[in-house]
Design a protein around this ligand. Structure first.
Ligand SMILES: Cc1cc2nc3c(=O)[nH]c(=O)nc-3n(C[C@H](O)[C@H](O)[C@H](O)COP(=O)(O)OP(=O)(O)OC[C@H]3O[C@@H](n4cnc5c(N)ncnc54)[C@H](O)[C@@H]3O)c2cc1C
Length: 277
């Protein structure tokens, strides 16, 4: 839709050109959300496209994803064969309530900064123990763990004018075995629950990341694979019955049920050392 309040679109070649931030400014990534409803408080868009950050950079340390990387680019990315968790990229892209048309415009960083419970790029990068590089205005960059970024439904730790620059996923997480579970009330609908489990082959630990069912990501780490009872107790201790996200995509009680059901499936699957992934 047209944004009638917008009177200027800035296209900086470097983020440093934006030295002063004022009310009415907004970073523009793919625009799939920004152009989907009126933005009464915004008069100036600052387009990130001209920054020309390389979308995906591999190194011995792992993968760096630019915030401006399109969902479609991530979908097409395979990664080295030893990155056994790389199939999660596609599975999480497939968890959008969105067609490939949205994938060609929407960005990984835009999805993270929207900070919706059903943001699959949040699920992906949190489960893969990513860190986010943030560029505040006027002070040095800072790094934060992905799991700490989203603070609630559509809220996060970004300060005024702060930019998400990139997402770094360590090779240690990319080399783990994983299990993925996802449910939506309708085909290609918004996620009601998206859970990812990962385990390190050497130490046999278990990391379970719960998203969509809760307003912000919840992570449980077990040094050794827990029993079914231990897992259920740990979930209930971390998420009270009223701590689930209640919306048109599923009641809190339904999402609580899905969370326990999927977490147990993940535990059982990853406890099997012979599992293919
Ligand atoms: C049909 C449809 C289906 C959708 N389905 C889903 C879904 O299933 N799950 C979901 O989570 N969302 C969904 N969305 C919402 C949205 O389109 C996605 O979250 C998308 O990934 C946002 O990315 P974008 O690049 O288009 O962001 P934009 O619309 O450009 O920006 C979104 C917000 O993030 C800010 N922003 C963007 N990039 C940065 C950055 N690097 N640093 C700081 N701030 C930044 C912008 O200022 C804006 O406030 C859907 C939208 C549509 C139209």
């Amino acid at each position: 839709m047209n944004l009638n309040t917008v009177v200027e679109v800035k296209r900086p070649a470097s983020a440093d050109e934006i030295t002063h931030w004022r009310d009415g400014y907004a970073w523009l990534a793919g625009g799939t959300w920004l152009f989907s409803e009126p933005q009464w408080g915004i008069d100036t868009l600052i387009d990130l496209d001209q920054l020309r950050w390389p979308a995906l950079t591999t190194s011995p340390a792992g993968l760096e994803i630019a915030a401006t990387c399109r969902i479609a680019e991530l979908y097409r990315f395979g990664g080295p064969a030893k990155w056994t968790a790389a199939p999660l990229f596609r599975q999480c892209c497939d968890s959008f309530l969105a067609s490939f048309k949205i994938w060609n415009a929407g960005t990984v960083g835009g999805n993270i900064c929207m900070s919706l419970p059903a943001g699959p790029m949040i699920s992906l990068t949190t489960a893969l123990e990513a860190s986010y590089t943030l560029w505040p205005r006027g002070v040095p960059p800072r790094e934060i763990p992905a799991v700490e970024f989203v603070t609630g439904n559509n809220t996060n730790v970004l300060r005024r004018g702060e930019l998400l620059r990139s997402i770094k996923i360590p090779v240690s997480a990319l080399s783990k075995r994983f299990a993925f579970r996802h449910a939506s009330l309708t085909h290609l609908g918004r996620s009601a629950a998206l859970l990812i489990g990962t385990t390190d082959r050497a130490c046999g630990d278990l990391l379970i990341t719960i998203t969509a069912a809760t307003p912000r990501p919840v992570q449980l780490h077990f040094a050794q694979s827990p029993s079914a009872t231990e897992l259920r107790r740990a979930i209930d201790a971390k998420i009270p019955a009223d701590g689930y996200f209640n919306d048109v995509h599923g009641s809190a009680a339904y999402k609580r049920h899905l969370t326990a059901y999927f977490a147990e499936q993940i535990r059982a699957e990853l406890a099997h050392p012979g599992s293919a992934k």
